[in-house]
Design a protein around this ligand. Structure first.
Ligand code: ATP
Length: 240
């Protein structure tokens, strides 16, 4: 039997205006796993996520999700189908409470119907948010805001949860905490994660498979153990 990935990016080119940023990117996100898309500043990671979401349209290639070609679907349709992005910089509503931010995450009909169930998952993973339900999001610490951003993404009822640099600007201890939450999401909730990161070390410690993007091209891919041994990766990212 041929197995199909839950999400597949096939030979996608994309960019802004006339500036091409992605040059034939291909990657597969397997159901129930953590897939890491890694690369340095400006490699095109965010551009890849935006193209998957349809915020940017693919110039060529295909986005296949749940075996359907979604390349030409508008973003909101993709969200309704279960493609959910936690954007870089969190983009919370700072003047609304934690609870209001969570409820506003549950906008697709599918998510609204499962609001209570998803809140339970969120409270189980993020007990600190449960204690701060009535606090304004803007007054949370950086780490708590990142947790709320992930929690809000979960309220949207993702089939694939995509995270754009969740570790950005966080202290090492909090980065570890976020990593262990992503692991629990996979192991306890069976969620599928596409993790975009500059932090190669932490990502490979939790990922099932990884891709390295450079100048809009995938230059290396493999299981974390193989990638960590690869001299090109060692040289470029691990400072060896
Ligand atoms: P970072 O970690 O810095 O976010 P990244 O790998 O996510 O890096 P992208 O944000 O995808 O990289 O950016 C890839 C390239 O696209 C960069 O050269 C960037 O300057 C360019 N770019 C990003 N956004 C725009 C835009 N709105 N208009 C034009 N060029 C853009």
């Amino acid at each position: 039997m041929v197995s199909h990935p839950l999400l597949e990016v096939r030979d996608v080119a994309s960019g802004y205006g006339e500036t091409q940023i992605l040059f034939g990117v291909s990657l597969r996100v397997e159901k129930g796993g953590i897939t890491a898309l890694l690369g340095s500043n400006g490699a095109g990671k965010t551009t890849t996520l935006w193209t998957i979401m349809g915020v940017l349209s693919a110039w060529k290639g295909r986005i296949i999700f749940s075996q359907a070609n979604v390349t030409r679907l508008p973003t909101h349709r993709r969200v309704e189908m279960g493609l959910v992005l936690v954007p870089e910089g969190r983009r919370l509503w700072p003047n609304l409470t934690v609870h209001e931010n969570l409820v506003l995450g549950a906008t697709p009909p599918r998510a609204r119907a499962r609001m209570e169930e998803n809140l339970e998952i969120v409270f189980n993973l993020f007990p600190r948010l449960k204690e701060r339900l009535n606090q304004k999001a803007g007054t949370l610490s950086g780490g708590e805001q990142q947790m709320l951003a992930i929690a809000r993404g979960l309220m949207t009822g993702p089939e694939v949860l995509m995270l754009d640099e969740p570790s950005l600007g966080l202290a090492p201890k909090l980065v570890q905490e976020i990593a262990s939450i992503l692991k629990r999401l996979r192991d306890e909730e069976g969620k599928t994660v596409l993790l975009v990161e500059q932090n190669v070390h932490i990502s490979l410690s939790i990922a099932d498979y990884g891709y390295i993007l450079e100048n809009g091209r995938i230059v290396l891919e493999g299981e974390p153990e193989e990638l960590q041994k690869d001299p090109r990766l060692k040289q470029a990212y691990l400072g060896v």
